[in-house]
Design a protein around this ligand. Structure first.
Ligand code: COS
Length: 382
């Protein structure tokens, strides 16, 4: 089904159109096979990178796309309609580039940024730990400096791209307890002292490897410190503000795929001698699905536009992530209901959408954390 979009420029329309074409031509034919085998489509990431989609919101002079978030999130949406793993991969990669792109010195950016956003490399974001997810400031991974070299030791958990990443943005404790003692580092994934563990067996996103990454006597030159020492937590939070828009986009795209499939099915499936879409009980479910997707898309675009305008957008991003991912859970559940028994079997894609929607309520801050961010904002409102 065609999504009605309004673009400010013809360039924006072309970029989202190209993403849609690649999604139809390259992603859709492969998704079932790769998901069944649990294999990450690394070559597709290179295709997307060469087409400019691995650095879309970053500066053109470093090989980025120079596009506003308003465009970037709609690209992610189009990818997620075909394959959530690929959209999430682009989103996580973009998140992983944030510390260097936004907080690196000119020297650091000149040295590494083009490699990161130019299309060949893939990133991972190492914040979460086995004992610390929501309470990110309680991390225990340590980075100890001696003579201009940091030695990093600790374990990160649930790291997307754990075994396929080319670089990691790693958050580690350089100083005392709490948020102020954390710093950010850009680390090549092939450095000795980094050991990704066997990826987790997950409920969904099966072609995306997620797992622990162990740092054991990892030596990192001080020039790989991103931003000032002790500002890592703020960098992580800023990155996540933007990253949450990416997750909202994945959710909107996934829900749109579920709606499209359910509508097609309900138009064709006949019971009592007519297509089931003609029964109000089914038609109203589809109407609510369509309405809630539009509402989530509007929230997402509003938050993206605030960011593009340089306005505060943490609260808006949290609202968009919260609403869009809860919406995707409901919409994909309802899509199964529309398909009835067929919705519950893996010959049809909607049970996969349902499994994929679930994790979006958890990643990049559980939806309880989004509510906490929103509630704190209300508490502090002038
Ligand atoms: N942007 C910039 N700075 C931010 C920020 C943001 N979005 N959010 C918080 N900060 C700053 C605060 O201003 C504060 O700075 P000062 O010490 O100078 O006042 C500092 O960071 C600590 O903030 P706060 O006290 O709010 O930290 P908390 O430990 O209470 O944690 C939450 C805040 C819960 C919001 C944070 O830990 C969080 O987002 N947790 C979820 C983590 C997550 O999303 N994990 C997913 C991993 S990636 S899949």
């Amino acid at each position: 089904m065609t999504v009605q979009r309004h673009f400010a420029t013809s360039e924006a329309a072309e970029i989202v159109g190209l993403a849609s074409e690649i999604a139809d031509g390259e992603l859709a034919p492969r998704v079932d096979d790769y998901e069944a085998r649990g294999e990450f489509p690394r070559e597709l990431m290179t295709t997307l990178g060469r087409a400019g989609f691995l650095g879309l919101p970053y500066e053109e002079r470093y090989g980025g796309g120079g596009q506003p978030y308003e465009v970037y999130v709609q690209v992610l949406e189009e990818l997620a309609r075909r394959w959530a793993v690929v959209a999430e991969a682009v989103s996580v990669h973009t998140l992983s580039c944030f510390a260097l792109a936004e907080h690196g010195t000119t020297q650091q950016r000149d040295k590494w940024l083009e490699g990161l956003i130019g299309g060949e490399l893939l990133g991972g974001y190492c914040l979460t730990e086995p004992a610390g997810g929501s309470d990110a400031a309680a991390m225990t991974t340590r980075a100890v400096e001696t003579d201009g070299t940091y030695r990093i030791d600790g374990t990160k958990a649930f790291i997307t791209h754990s075994v396929v990443a080319d670089f990691f943005t790693v958050f580690a404790r350089t100083d005392g307890a709490g948020a102020g003692g954390i710093s950010a580092f850009l680390v090549p994934a092939d450095a000795s002292g980094i050991a990704p563990q066997r990826p987790e067996d997950k409920m969904g996103l099966n072609s995306s490897p997620t797992g622990q990454v162990v740092f054991d006597d990892l030596r990192v030159d001080a020039e790989r410190l991103m931003g000032e020492r002790g500002t890592g937590f703020k960098i992580a939070m800023q990155a996540l503000d933007a990253g949450r828009l990416g997750i909202a986009a994945c959710a909107v795209g996934l829900a749109q795929a579920a709606l499209d499939y359910a509508v097609d099915y309900a138009r064709q499936r006949e019971q009592f001698s007519k297509p089931i879409i003609g029964f109000q009980g089914v038609g109203f479910i589809l109407a609510d699905m369509a309405t809630s997707i539009e509402a989530a898309r509007s929230l997402m675009l509003h938050a993206a536009r605030l960011k593009d305008a340089g306005r505060p957008f943490s609260q808006a991003a949290a609202k968009a992530k919260l609403f869009a991912t809860d919406m995707a859970m409901k919409v994909t559940t309802d899509a199964i209901q529309v398909l009835g028994g067929y919705g519950y079997v893996s010959d049809y894609p909607v049970e996969r959408y349902f499994r994929e929607a679930k994790v979006l309520q958890i990643v990049e801050g559980t939806n309880q954390i989004q509510r906490l961010v929103i509630a704190r904002g209300l508490e502090q409102q002038q």
